[in-house]
Structures are given as C-alpha cells and as structure tokens.
Design a binder for this molecule. Structure first.
Ligand code: FES
Ligand code: FES
Length: 163
C-alpha cells in the first residue's frame, strides 16, 4: 500500500498495514524524529499530523491514514510558507525549551496543530490542548512561552492584546 508522508508517497509493505504507524515511520521509512514513549496513547511523544490534526501515531495504522497527508517533525517546516523552520520550531529555539529533548518532537507537533486551530490561545487553551503531551523534565513553562511567541509571529494581529 502507499501512504503520503511529508508530501511524498511511500510504499509500505502490506504486512505492516495494520501495525502502529509510529513503527512504520521509524523502522520502514527511517523517520526517527517521532518518538516512542508509552505506546498506549497517553504521553504524546509519538504525535504527528494527519491532514493537519495532531494524532498519536502509536494508536494509528497505515491503513487509517490511507489517502491522507501525514506530516512528521521532519516535514513540519515544509508546511510553513518561505521558512527554513516552522515558527513553532524557531520559538522553541528562542526559548531554549528542550531539556533532554525526548518529548519535544511530539510537543512541537501538538503546538503547531494547536496554533493552526487557534491563532491566539490563552494560557488555559494551551494547558488544555497540550495536556496530553507529557514532559518528564518539566519544561511546561517554557513550552507555554514558546507557543505564545509562535502565536505572535504567525498571527500578529490576533495577538495584539497579548503582546
Ligand atoms: S508513544 Fe504514543 S502516546 Fe505515548
Ligand atoms: S525535555 Fe525531557 S522529557 Fe521533555
């Protein structure tokens, strides 16, 4: 079967069509930016986008995403016009968000999906939407700051009151 990942069509063996997309991305396609944390949909480390929505790839199969566009952390910048980095990635750098880094690809993917839906999130919106992404290093305060910066950079007018 074929799946579309980061704007490119990939052929995936039928024997893994109903396996977790996470392992297909990592082991079959070599896209190892997406991380395994819990394997049961509760940590967010494996988050990717499917047609722009944040999805746990450990709970999704290639069959589930047939005909849809999957984006991983490796392809996220390509979804931002004229940018080498997605604004969320740049904000992560500017705020030195990562500590060990293990959870951060999932955090960034969830944050980018959040801002695509809600260009001016409140603290409460951020806490609610990001609550499924766990960080054992406790980088939550920097994550929130980085999301707010990215929001201002993506949608200055929507965030005028917040700046
Ligand atoms: S590895 Fe998928 S949610 Fe934890
Ligand atoms: S930065 Fe270490 S788990 Fe989040």
């Amino acid at each position: 079967m074929d799946i579309t990942v980061n704007g490119r069509s990939w052929q995936v063996d039928d024997t893994v069509a109903d396996s977790p997309l996470l392992w297909v991305l990592r082991d079959e396609l070599g896209l190892v930016g997406t991380k395994f944390g819990c394997g049961v949909g509760t940590c967010g480390a494996c988050t990717v986008h499917v047609d722009g929505e944040a999805v746990r790839s450990c709970q999704t199969t290639p069959t589930d995403v047939a005909g849809q566009d999957v984006t991983t952390i490796e392809g996220l910048a390509g979804t931002a016009p004229n940018a080498n980095l997605h604004p969320v990635q740049q904000a992560w750098i500017d705020h030195s968000v990562p500590q060990c880094g293990y959870c951060q690809a999932g955090q960034i993917m969830s944050a980018a999906a959040l801002l695509a839906e809600n260009p001016a999130p409140s603290d409460r919106d951020i806490d609610r939407d990001m609550s499924g992404n766990l960080c054992r290093c406790g980088t939550y305060a920097r994550i929130r700051s980085a999301i707010k910066q990215a929001a201002r950079n993506i949608s200055p007018s929507a965030n005028q009151d917040a700046s």
